[in-house]
Design a protein around this ligand. Sequence first.
Ligand code: HEM
Length: 258
Amino acid sequence: MAVEDTAEATLPGHGSGHDDGGPGDADYSQPVLPGRGASDYERYLRTDELLALQKPPAERAHRDELLFQTVHQSSELWLKLAWNEVEAAVEHLRARELAPALRLLRRASLCVQLITAQLDMLEQMSPWEYQEVRRVLGHGSGFDSPGFREARRVAPALAQELHAILRERGLDLVTLYVRGREHDELYQLAEALTEWDERLTTWRIRHYKVVARIIGDQVVGTQGTPVEVLGRLIHTSFYPELWEVRNKLTALAKRDDA
Ligand code: HEM
């Protein structure tokens, strides 16, 4: 037996070890889950289907289609997780359960951070060679991204709940921020919404730069949208009042100093 084999045989789930259910003589080499795939790993994760979702080499217009599809498809998965977490956070807020909502909002923002980081991978493509990929995209446009569309859809409900809680407690945003320590959880919630807003905008900024670097900033997209429109979207925000409050705090501090 090779050294690797010996090591593997001692790992849980390999060889004739013990599982959580205690000692037994189960054959761990055989899958127990239903579905296609040689192992439970492949069956549970449905890797056959997942890995068939990218064009095979013979169908690729350019080999970088694998890179392009990987970045897009994984972005859709992270966005799906993000908006599901936001939607669940809204339910917690409706039940006035702030702590679990905060936990899920942290995850959602982290998802957007991850897809922002992976935009770097697209800049590994040559702008000229990308034109070969672009030819096979049809009218495909990021405006039709289900993940981003859902992320936008779920955003307003968060603000609705924040404002409802503020009203119930007789607070406005300026007071919440000035007396943040007295209303710590609610203050954390306002900051979590700011974070969600900021992460989505940071994605937009980064995406805009990637687009400008690869196809240019004075061209139109595959669905006829001028890239300049993306540049303008950078200046929009989901919760303008959460940004405006900072102006008010600075003005208030100035007044106090005078
Ligand atoms: C080479 C890489 C990319 C290029 C050249 C590109 C290009 C564009 C262009 C030109 C637009 C404007 C709409 C149109 O298509 O006419 C757009 C929008 C968009 N793209 Fe991309 N894109 C790239 C990568 C990505 C990736 C990886 C995602 C991940 C989900 C994405 C998601 C989006 C979204 C969500 C929009 C709408 C933007 C918004 O609402 O602010 N794009 N993209």
